[in-house]
Design a protein around this ligand. Structure first.
Ligand code: NAD
Ligand code: UDP
Length: 321
């Protein structure tokens, strides 16, 4: 195995930390770059001292010159609450970050994988979404810094391939969950589980009939590895998600069943531009990568609940009253 490291940007985040761990377990030397904006060194605790792991605090909006053998570009906040806190920095991360990492890939002549998102489909008019769908995104709304940032990054990835023959691989990740999600990231899975554990009401935004399709993080990491393992790049982006589709009401009911809680539901206003439905068509991942999700939402949520119980300070989860 080469001693030149593989680079994981955003490696201290939720998905990135699982990817770093999987790569180390495969014998790779891993260089993790992160500005710690939403990630945490706690996520790296399990392999921090591993001889094949290195960490460097760096913001990818600045250029980087290091020797690497492959690049996984995951750096970017993923939760709407997080990416809307500093939308201009989010956009810079998506675009300048992608540009800097593509320049590195070009100079070092190494493959680069982009963690794109189902958000490129916006509020989709096609359901389920195939990779050939061009999307329905509001370019000036509060989600645009992320949606349009990620769309621009995809443009750069395809232009770097056409102009410089860089080996670019793009996956479009749908809602992913699992251990090492931040309890307070504002996303639906963490909100529902932490509220149910505390015996507090579960917050349903809007009427709760909007849908999402949830993928367990281990399944996603298998797909990322399979995508980079291929000898040749795939010409189209690849949807990375579990097609198991839930309304938010159904998700709340499942979480309450798993937590054995008796929380009520309260309705809050629907955030601006919240997509009404989201479900991946995963035919390309099946055909090209021979990949399918293995962990159903019920099992994955149960594991995630166990993680939150184990890692969160007991006091925070004392039932009210
Ligand atoms: P996360 O917020 O847990 O991790 C992102 C990591 O990137 C964090 O550690 C953060 O500190 C780091 N980061 C952010 N901006 C940076 C910058 N400018 N320079 C260096 N580091 C920076 O999010 P995640 O859920 O692990 O998402 C990882 C990637 O997957 C993101 O690119 C995200 O867009 C993509 N994605 C995630 C989901 C999901 O459901 N989690 C869905 C679609 C796409
Ligand atoms: N949502 C909800 N209650 C919450 C948090 C989110 O009903 O406490 C809804 C949100 O409006 C959206 C869906 O759950 O329709 C998924 O939201 P999340 O922020 O997890 O991801 P994204 O909107 O990026 O898919």
């Amino acid at each position: 195995m080469t001693t030149v490291p593989v680079l994981v940007t955003g490696g201290a985040g939720f998905i990135g930390s699982h990817l770093c761990e999987a790569l180390i377990n495969r014998g790779h030397h891993v260089l993790c770059i992160d500005n710690l904006q939403t990630g945490s060194l706690d996520n790296l605790a399990g392999f921090w001292d591993h001889p094949k792991f290195e960490f460097c605090q760096h913001d990818i909006i600045e250029p980087l010159s290091v020797d690497v053998s492959a690049i996984y570009n995951l750096a970017c906040p993923a939760s709407p609450v997080d990416y809307q806190k500093d939308p201009i920095h989010t956009f810079r991360t998506c675009v300048l970050g992608a540009l800097n990492m593509l320049e590195l890939a070009r100079k070092k002549r190494v493959p680069i994988l982009q963690a794109s998102t189902s958000e490129v489909y916006g509020d989709p008019e096609q359901h389920p979404q195939t990779e050939t769908y061009w999307g329905n995104v509001n370019p000036i709304g509060p989600r645009a810094c992320y949606d349009e940032g990620k769309r621009s990054a995809e443009t750069l990835f395809y232009d770097y391939h056409r102009a410089y023959n860089v080996d670019t691989r793009v996956i479009r990740i749908f809602n992913t969950y699992g251990p090492r999600m931040k309890a307070d990231d504002g996303r639906v899975v963490s909100n529902f589980i932490t509220s149910a554990l505390k015996g507090q009401p579960l917050t349903i935004y809007g009427d709760g009939k909007q849908t999402r399709s949830f993928c367990y993080v281990d399944d996603l990491v298998r797909l990322i590895l399979a995508c980079m393992d291929r000898d040749t790049r795939n010409d189209t982006p690849i949807n990375a998600g579990n097609p198991e589709e839930y309304t938010m009401i159904e998700l709340a009911e499942l979480v309450m069943e798993l937590v054995e809680g008796d929380s009520s539901l309260i309705h809050h206003p629907l955030p601006v531009d919240d997509p009404r439905k989201r479900k991946p068509d995963i035919s390309v991942a099946k055909d090209v990568l021979n990949w399918e999700p293995e962990i159903c939402v019920r099992d994955g949520l149960s594991r995630t609940k166990d993680y939150f119980v184990k890692t969160t300070d007991g006091n925070r989860f004392q039932p009210l009253g």
